[in-house]
Every structure is written in C-alpha cells, then in structure tokens.
Design a protein around this ligand. Structure first.
Ligand code: FE2
Length: 165
C-alpha cells in the first residue's frame, strides 16, 4: 500500500495506518495463511483474517470479485466507480492479486490516493466520498467483505450536510 497525498507519499505501513485513521479509514496487511499452492481459493487462503475482521466490525459475508481486460464491459463497469461517490455501507476490499487506486475526498482536507496491492486490506467507511480506478495493468482480484444485504448502490450526489456553502 502507498498513499499519495498533496505534499507527500507515504509507504511506511504504520504511517499509512495513522494517516488513514485521521480520516476514518482503516488498513491491515495480511499474509496468506497457507502456502499450499493447490489452495487457490482466496476465501480459504485468508479464512482466519476474514473471520477476525468480521468480528471486529460486525460484517457477515465475503465474496471474491475480479476485473481485468478480459472482463466484458470493463470500461462501463469502471465508469460507475471512477466518479466520486459514497455508499451507506462500508466498502471493504482485500487485494489478492493485481492493483488499484482508491481516491478519497475527505472534504476538510485535500484529496488523496491509496494505491492497493496484494496483501492490502482497506476499509472505506460508509458515507466517505471516494472513487476507484484500476492502474494501467487493468487487473485486480479482491475479496469483498460486507454486512448482510449490503447497499452497494453508489450515491454520486454530495449529501446535504457535506455541502460547504
Ligand atoms: Fe465505492
């Protein structure tokens, strides 16, 4: 994980956690629990860490989501993510393979970008204004962790209480 903010780039894991915490985001760095190459299923490879996170934040499910240049309608899918939005549920992503960029608008401070790579878990809390894009490699496989019946819908309009007049 790496953070690109207005005046600095942060690569130190502890500094990253502290920086994100300031804006309500949360990060962890996971190692696969088994090096058994026959276990390619991410939900099995990271089972214990997923369970721990579910307990910590009250999540109840997880699935795997992959996007690459082989994905049908990739540009159309990305179009929905690259525009600034928020959700009424947390967006929780653990990157298994590939890479991506989460942009965050903390509203009170300049925008910053979080570059995620394999092993990185990021929690973008409900109502945080953000966007997501792939890097030029156009490839990511991640685990999504969520509450029962999550509201995935992206809300593009700024909530009224966030509009600074
Ligand atoms: Fe989102």
């Amino acid at each position: 994980m790496k953070i690109k903010a207005k005046d600095k780039t942060i690569t130190d894991k502890q500094e990253i956690k502290v920086f994100l915490e300031k804006y309500g985001l949360y990060a962890e760095f996971w190692q696969p629990e088994t090096t058994d190459k026959s276990t390619s299923e991410p939900l099995i490879r990271y089972k214990n860490q997923i369970e721990k996170l579910k307990k910590k934040f009250g999540y109840s499910s997880a699935d795997v989501c992959a996007m690459s240049h082989e994905t049908a309608n990739l540009d159309k899918m990305l179009n929905a993510f690259v525009k600034e939005h928020h959700h009424t549920d947390d967006e929780v992503r653990f990157t298994v393979e590939g890479e991506g960029i989460f942009g965050v608008n903390p509203l009170t401070d300049p925008l910053f970008e979080v570059y995620v790579q394999p092993g990185d878990l990021l929690v973008v809390p409900a109502n945080t204004r953000h966007w997501f894009n792939l890097t030029d490699k156009k490839n990511i496989c991640c685990i999504r962790i969520f509450k029962e019946n999550p509201k995935w819908e992206a809300v593009y309009e700024m909530p009224k209480e966030h509009i600074i007049s």
